[in-house]
Ligand binder design. Structure first.
Ligand SMILES: [Zn+2]
Length: 271
């Protein structure tokens, strides 16, 4: 029995294509908020990120948080809400993995009842506790969501044992085995936000899978080796680190065509 990956989208936002790809035009496109349900034979149902949720719209109601919504208008249909979609899959979520703490990855969590145990990076958690209301907004996590996150007691990827990188992935790492069986490997994907991690699954029913969050905006951009423009990278994190991560992933994609990549906002992946 192998883990199975079930991708779905929990809302979307609209933004100029150019912000995600340096050779694209300025017309607005839709970026799905992609979530992956992992049906793991030993560990049960695990959710990778949570997309949008009512908590996002609450947290971005006041000013200055409302600017977030004005800049990247978000939409969430009722039947796309996380609890409704998990219900349709009959999922019983045992753990939620948060790749990083941007609003469009964490807001859906607060629609879950009860909220399952959460795993994230120690680095992203430390950063969440720093800075003013405005600083946390600029860092992509409005104050209302930050407060709700701070009430949680997550486990940290960095505390799990390190394992060797997968073949072709030696420029990434270290990899941490969060499953105890080598089936779920968390790995830092620095450059986007603070302390972003991805999840590598060496074996699934669909072959090896790499959930790479916002380390690339689309599979096509990885194939073309075309990252976002520097001003996007600087605004959302560390541009040099992002480009190093992006090129390591693009190399891996070239050398390991058997791996399926799952960028969180890729319209092809989350069709
Ligand atoms: Zn992000």
């Amino acid at each position: 029995m192998l883990p199975e990956i079930i991708p779905f989208r929990v809302g979307y936002c609209s933004a100029p294509a150019r912000l995600s790809r340096r050779d694209a035009g300025w017309w607005p496109i839709r970026f799905p908020a992609g979530v992956v349900l992992i049906r793991h034979p030993g560990l049960g149902d695990i959710l990778f990120d949570t997309g949008y949720g009512p908590a996002f719209f609450e947290a971005t109601r006041p000013i200055p948080e409302r600017f977030y919504r004005w800049l990247t208008p978000a939409h969430l249909d009722r039947d796309q809400r996380l609890p409704a979609q998990l219900g349709r899959h009959g999922a019983q979520i045992r753990h939620v993995v948060l790749s990083h703490l941007h609003a469009d990855h964490v807001a859906g969590l607060f629609g879950m009842d009860p909220i399952p145990p959460v795993l994230t990076s120690r680095k992203s958690w430390a950063h969440l506790h720093q800075g003013s209301r405005l600083a946390t907004l600029k860092a992509g996590c409005p104050e209302g969501l930050r407060r709700r996150l701070q009430a949680l007691s997550p486990q940290f990827f960095e505390g799990f044992p390190q394992v060797p990188p997968p073949e072709g992935g030696s420029s990434l790492g270290p990899f941490h085995d969060i499953s105890g069986t080598g089936s779920l490997l968390a790995v830092a994907l620095p450059g986007h936000g603070h302390g972003q991690f991805g999840l590598y699954l060496p074996r699934t029913t669909g072959g090896p899978a790499f959930l790479i969050a916002d380390a690339a905006w689309s599979r096509q951009a990885l194939r073309d080796g075309c990252p976002p423009p520097d001003y996007t990278l600087r605004r959302l994190g560390d541009a040099a680190a992002y480009l190093a991560t992006f090129s390591a992933l693009a190399d891996l994609a070239r050398n390991r065509p058997d791996i399926t990549f799952w960028p969180s906002h890729c319209p092809e992946a989350f069709a």
